[in-house]
Design a protein around this ligand. Structure first.
Ligand SMILES: Cc1cc2nc3c(=O)[nH]c(=O)nc-3n(C[C@H](O)[C@H](O)[C@H](O)COP(=O)(O)OP(=O)(O)OC[C@H]3O[C@@H](n4cnc5c(N)ncnc54)[C@H](O)[C@@H]3O)c2cc1C
Length: 285
């Protein structure tokens, strides 16, 4: 196996030009190493993009938020915890695994691993995120994350392509507050059994003017819940009936999309999860 550590994007494209079906990129290695030990990979080339400084950055401009492919969960959560519009990403990143995992794991790795339980999937869906791909010929293209992740552990990544950043437009989320909450089998270091992300914009009267909700770890890819979003518009986050109405729709969505074996507990858990998410949003007004 050849290990390549390019120092620039040009060198990285050059390295990608030698890729075969077996070649792999490694970022934090928190998924890769476990899967490699199980014999899932036997790469001829292993490419580590961590020597390219630009890929470690989280850049929040007026027009776009750009999370470099080597930015760790710890760095992402630090960069965005004070940013109401993108706080949901900070919530999700700050709840991944343990501190040791968060110091290595990346958002790009989470999306490329494409686990239905990956915490960065529902937040990427929430903001219509795109992945920026570097190709072997040096060209760069953007692919919506909803087209990039095609199923459990399956992405649209072709040999000779790698993710260099995850990009979100800022304009649509101006004035929004956001949150992410998950439940797992235990309090900490727990893979999501169910995760929910929301962002809302309040009007001058304090009522919700716009809302978006996504659910993770229920179906093979995250679900948006337009019916709940419409229900929320024109109503107040403090309205107890709103919480009950949204919970019903969330529970129905889970019931309709979930595997029968998990259906009962996931539907039941939707109550607490929706209530916790609303509490977080109210605290952030
Ligand atoms: C103890 C433990 C707890 C965990 N807890 C959570 C949790 O709470 N929530 C959660 O969502 N996940 C969790 N995970 C899973 C894992 O930490 C995350 O999925 C992490 O974000 C993966 O990122 P990484 O940088 O380590 O990816 P890697 O392991 O380096 O790579 C993962 C996959 O993506 C590919 N890849 C990585 N980067 C690129 C790139 N730039 N271009 C192309 N392909 C690429 C690799 O080839 C590999 O197939 C946990 C893992 C462990 C071991």
């Amino acid at each position: 196996m050849r290990c390549l550590m390019p120092r620039t994007l040009e060198e990285m494209a050059d390295a990608l030009s030698g890729f075969t079906e077996k070649s792999k990129v490694i970022a934090g290695g928190t998924d890769y190493v476990i899967q490699a030990r199980r014999g899932k990979f036997d790469p001829d080339i292993l490419l580590y993009p961590g020597m390219i400084p630009a890929l470690h950055k989280v850049r929040r401009g007026e027009r776009e938020l750009r999370v470099g492919a080597m930015a760790t969960m710890q760095e992402i959560s630090r960069a965005l915890e004070g940013d109401p519009a993108f706080r949901a990403i900070a919530d999700a990143a700050s709840d991944v695994g343990s501190p040791q995992i968060r110091n290595k794991a990346t958002m790009a790795g989470n999306l490329c691993n494409a686990s239905p339980a990956g915490d960065m999937l529902p937040v990427s869906w929430l903001y219509d995120a795109e992945v920026e791909l570097l190709c072997a010929d040096g060209s760069i293209c953007l692919v919506p994350v909803s087209e990039f992740i095609v199923g459990p552990q399956k992405t649209a990544l072709k040999p000779g392509q790698a993710v260099i950043s995850v990009v979100m437009n800022c304009g649509p989320w101006d004035g929004f507050i956001s949150a992410f909450k998950k439940i797992g089998s235990r309090e900490r270091v727990s893979i999501s059994r169910e995760g929910m992300a929301a962002c809302v914009r309040l009007g001058k009267d304090g009522a919700i003017a716009q809302a978006r909700l996504t659910l993770g770890a229920v179906a093979s890819t995250p679900l948006r819940i337009p019916e709940a979003e419409v229900l929320m518009e024109g109503r107040h986050l403090e309205d107890g009936e709103l919480l009950a109405d949204v919970t019903k729709v969330v529970a129905r969505t889970i019931h309709d999309h979930c595997r029968p074996a998990n259906r009962q507990y996931k539907t039941e858990a939707a109550r607490g999860l929706t209530a916790d998410l609303f509490t977080l949003l109210r605290e952030r007004i």
